[in-house]
Design a protein around this ligand. Structure first.
Ligand code: C2E
Ligand code: MG
Ligand code: MG
Length: 702
């Protein structure tokens, strides 16, 4: 139900009709809404409850001793008695059809109704109906103390509980009723005050002036008069108030009510209402209302920035068990601790909200990569997996999680919420701590990435990476010209893994940077070992990723690796793919020049697969072109043969050497020789081998 629909219904509620319009949105937002299914019992006779209910939709039945006494429909209300006398419910209420209710608690009631004289009067009337006319006598304005005795005791409670001053007086302005707050603020005793008139406490209001002020109420021109003024205490001092004056026509004379709102009190109350409306009282976290609001904000910003936002919905799987076995108090403390831990895990700009009994929602306003969503999900679940120490218990919680991402899973907060919820349900069905993306294929990708990433991190720490070396040989002499270092992962479970299986994930997580640095250092170390073994001048080529190439400290890293190992830079070669170099060619030229100055050689890897600009190729300082394997593979085919020949001639024009990658057959070798290729690398010569197998190979081919 949207707010406008609710306002229309609230306007039908008799004692709300008189309220200033601004109260309706406040009321709608601050009060909880509940849904009842057909035949659902809201409360039974004898139950406790400090709420009143306003029917927004549907139809209910109120009955006592099996006899129906009322059938509230939209605009109807019930339970208001509970707010003024905390006695058990005097009837049972059941929904006849699916219904929605607005729940008004005592605090909300006091702040919204007890500050409106008209609502008070309407309530007075309702109560008087309930208590069979007790109020009528008083309302007629006869007598004071004696009649007051007869005033409905319940009404007194409304008055006395109110945070505002309330004065009820007759046409002659003499007080008929004042509440406790009025006495306290003015410094009078109750009886003393009742002996006075409103003209005695309102500053600058003689009887004539007040009568003039009240005239529009009497004529029906205005329903309420609202004005700022001062009240005078018994000691003569004054204080500012906002007065709201309304009139009720009784059968005989009119009576008036002034509700005076102490400005400071009102501010406090407004803040309290705001907090109640937006925050969860148990954990102090934003509630569903505020979460939706933040999500709206996040998606609007993401849309503007072309960004993504993520919604995580976390549902605790074993909350009921904790509550049932350890009690509600422990359950509450646990929820607080969970909220705290979630907040600590996230950044300040992220929102952690409590949106259901055991459900938390997390909004990440800006997320640039899909994989970060999965990583965060895992981080959150990991964070919650450590036990919580609550009330002397060590409690392990299990959470399921549903994820939806803006804009792919929804463009508005409601859809994103609903889709995260759907994903949460799927995750719950799976059991155990799990998370689900709204798009299931994304989940598969993301979780693979996650597993890999975690594994690679550990592999770096534990030293599970290896370098294998593959020789490049002179096509004419068959002698080894150099080796290419190729990374391998000796996976504890999966065995030796080729880089194609983990390098993409390493790139995405940027782990490629430390990993590449390791490879660089390891290759330099190995060159030194071989040279110490008496094998002269082994040249080793190390592959560099684009991310490494973009590192500001790349040149330092390379020169440090060389000097740490105690080798000469001329034994080191770096392989960069064509696309890395062409992506940011201006910068690349400068970078290559620096590396060149160090004395390191450069190869352009996988040549032919990217889009090289001949202009740049002409001025880029590099030494070797490596013809991509795919062309070499298919040199039997005419076009590939022509392309290979063209690449070789290009290299010759540019005065660079060529290496053919992936040479597997003698035919390929012969073709390449005829075409003028300088070096070949491939299984025909040797597969990449562990370092310990290299010396014997070198002896054979050097
Ligand atoms: P690449 O630099 O083009 O390396 C050549 C690839 O071709 C190697 O695959 C090698 O084993 C394979 N190869 C060599 N001869 C033959 C052959 O005759 N037939 C076939 N079918 N394949 C052959 P590998 O080792 O799987 O490496 C794949 C890619 O992973 C490398 O391509 C390189 O781009 C990357 N890589 C390997 N090590 C590193 C590293 O330390 N850092 C970075 N950034 N990338 C690396
Ligand atoms: Mg390479
Ligand atoms: Mg290559």
């Amino acid at each position: 139900m949207v707010n406008a629909e609710i306002f229309d219904i609230l306007k039908k509620v008799d004692f709300l009709k008189f309220l200033p319009e601004s109260v309706l949105p406040e009321l709608t937002n601050s009060c909880q809404r509940i849904k009842l299914s057909p035949n659902q019992v809201l409360f039974n006779e004898g139950d406790d409850g400090d709420f009143m209910f306003i029917v927004l939709s549907g139809e209910l039945s109120v009955y006592k001793n099996k006899k129906e006494i009322d059938r509230p429909t939209p605009g109807g209300y019930f339970g208001e008695m509970a707010l003024v006398n905390s006695k058990p419910r005097s009837a049972t209420v059941k929904a006849l059809v699916a219904s929605e209710l607005l729940v008004v608690n005592k605090e909300q009631f006091q702040s919204h109704f007890a500050s409106s004289p008209a609502a008070l009067m309407a309530l007075m009337q309702t109560l008087s109906n309930h208590s069979r006319g007790n109020l009528d006598a008083a309302a007629k304005g006869h007598g004071k103390l004696q009649d007051r005795e007869n005033l409905n005791a319940l009404f007194r409670r409304v008055l006395d509980d109110a945070a505002n001053e309330i004065y009820i007086y007759d046409e002659s302005l003499d007080f008929m009723e004042v509440n406790r707050r009025s006495c306290d603020n003015l410094g009078y005793g109750e009886e003393e005050l009742l002996g006075l008139s409103y003209a005695d406490v309102a500053k600058g209001m003689c009887r004539e002036k007040l009568e003039e002020l009240l005239a529009p109420l009497k004529s029906g021109e205005l329903a309420m008069i609202q004005r700022d003024g001062f009240h005078i205490r018994k000691d003569g001092s004054e204080y500012p108030v906002e007065m709201r004056i309304q009139m009720m026509q009784t059968e005989t004379d009119p009576i008036f009510a002034t509700v005076a709102l102490d400005h400071t009190e009102r501010k406090k109350m407004q803040e309290k209402i705001r907090v109640m409306a937006l925050y969860d009282s148990l954990t102090g976290l934003p509630n569903r209302n505020l979460a939706i609001d933040r999500l709206d904000l996040a998606t609007a910003r993401a849309l503007r920035n072309g960004d993504k936002s993520a919604v995580f919905l976390l549902g605790m799987d074993n909350f009921k068990t904790v509550n049932d076995s350890l009690g509600r108090k422990v359950g509450d403390k646990l929820l607080q601790a969970i909220g705290k831990r979630l907040v600590e895990t996230l950044r300040r700009e992220d929102t952690v909200a409590r949106v259901g009994e055991e459900e938390f929602m997390i909004i990440i306003p800006s997320i640039n990569k899909e994989s970060r969503t999965a990583r965060l999900a895992q981080k959150l679940l990991d964070g919650l997996s450590a036990p919580f120490g609550v009330g002397g218990h060590e409690i392990y919680v299990r959470f399921s999680m549903g994820i939806s991402v803006f804009p792919s899973d929804g463009l508005d907060s409601q859809t994103l919420f609903a889709n995260a919820d759907a994903a949460l349900h799927r995750a719950k069905e799976k059991g155990k701590s799990a998370f689900e993306n709204y798009d299931p294929s994304m989940l598969a990708r993301a979780s693979r990435q996650l597993t890999l990433e975690g594994g690679m991190r550990k592999a770096l720490e534990r030293g599970e990476f290896r370098l294998h070396y593959q020789p490049k040989v002179d096509i004419h002499t068959g002698k080894i010209d150099g080796l290419e270092a190729l990374i391998r992962w000796e996976h504890p479970k999966d065995g030796l893994m080729a880089p194609g299986l983990f390098i993409p994930a390493a790139e995405e997580s940027r782990l490629i940077v430390p990993m590449g640095e390791w490879a660089l250092n390891e290759a330099c170390r190995q060159i030194k070992i071989w040279s110490d073994m008496g094998i002269p001048d082994v040249n080793v080529a190390v592959n560099l990723s684009g991310l490494q190439f973009a590192q500001d400290n790349l040149v330092d890293t390379v020169s440090k690796a060389v000097s740490d190992a105690g080798i000469s830079t001329k034994n080191l070669e770096l392989e960069l793919t064509e696309s890395i170099l062409m992506e940011n060619s201006q910068k690349a030229i400068a970078r290559l020049a620096e590396l060149n100055d160090l004395g390191v050689k450069i190869s352009i890897d996988d040549f032919g697969t990217g889009y090289s600009s001949l202009m740049y190729l002409k001025i880029m300082p590099f030494h070797t072109l490596k013809i991509d394997r795919t062309f070499v593979n298919d040199v039997a085919r005419k076009t590939d043969a022509e392309i290979t020949k063209a690449i070789i001639s290009l290299a010759q024009i540019l005065d660079k050497k060529t290496v053919a990658e992936g040479v597997e057959t003698v035919d390929q070798q012969n073709f390449l020789r005829r075409a003028g290729c300088d070096l070949i690398q491939g299984y025909l010569i040797s597969k990449p081998l562990p370092a310990e197998d290299i010396p014997s190979l070198l002896k054979k081919l050097l």
